[in-house]
Write a protein that binds this ligand. Sequence first.
Ligand code: ZN
Length: 239
Amino acid sequence: MIKTVIILSGGVDSTTLLYELIRTKYMPYEVVSLSFNYGSKHNSYELAQAKETCKRLVIEHRIIDVKSVFDNFNSALLNHLDSDDIPEGYYADENMKKTVVPFRNGILLSIAVGYAESVGAKQIFYGAHAGDHAIYPDCRPKFIKHISKAALFGTYNQVKIAAPYSRLSKIEIIKRGKGLGVEYANTWTCYNPTKDNQPCGKCGSCVERTEAFFKNQLKDPTYNDVGWQKAVENYFQVI
Ligand SMILES: [Zn+2]
């Protein structure tokens, strides 16, 4: 068994990747899931679902609290008193850049590399996907290639970082997830949960997720019927 760390946000991409690692018979991995509390507005929603998924799959789950690291960072995604509101619209729109947390994935990956080295894991899986490329520089293949090299040269164990979904869209990821039996009710994506703890259906993140379920002819199980109808209507308004 190869000890492996997966960064599990609790969203669609990393959850599908986790299912793929443990359900694919030819992959002899002993998986540890690593999640981060970094102080985003939707962090507690994501972490709760990540926890449920690990329980369901009987996988070790570690949550690392790095909230204070991001206290002085500027992003609409962070739960600061003076942070901007989460923008609504299409996920690749220019105004979505407000939700970028500067170098977040570079920082979290670096911590994951140190953790992997500490527990004798030689491989890290990271669920970045093609839809992230438009606004998140630290999700692009070029960045992943270079940080992978840094991890390899910066550890005794020669820790490798793999991002197998980096050229897949969320539509393609959910298509894979359908075949793997991923329980998507135990995932969270929305950046701006409503007061009654439902996904807003309007932030860029919700729009991308809605598109992916809709194009796979699936209903997103995190919505009730009325909420899903509204999310689909909103999707057709913003594309
Ligand atoms: Zn939303």
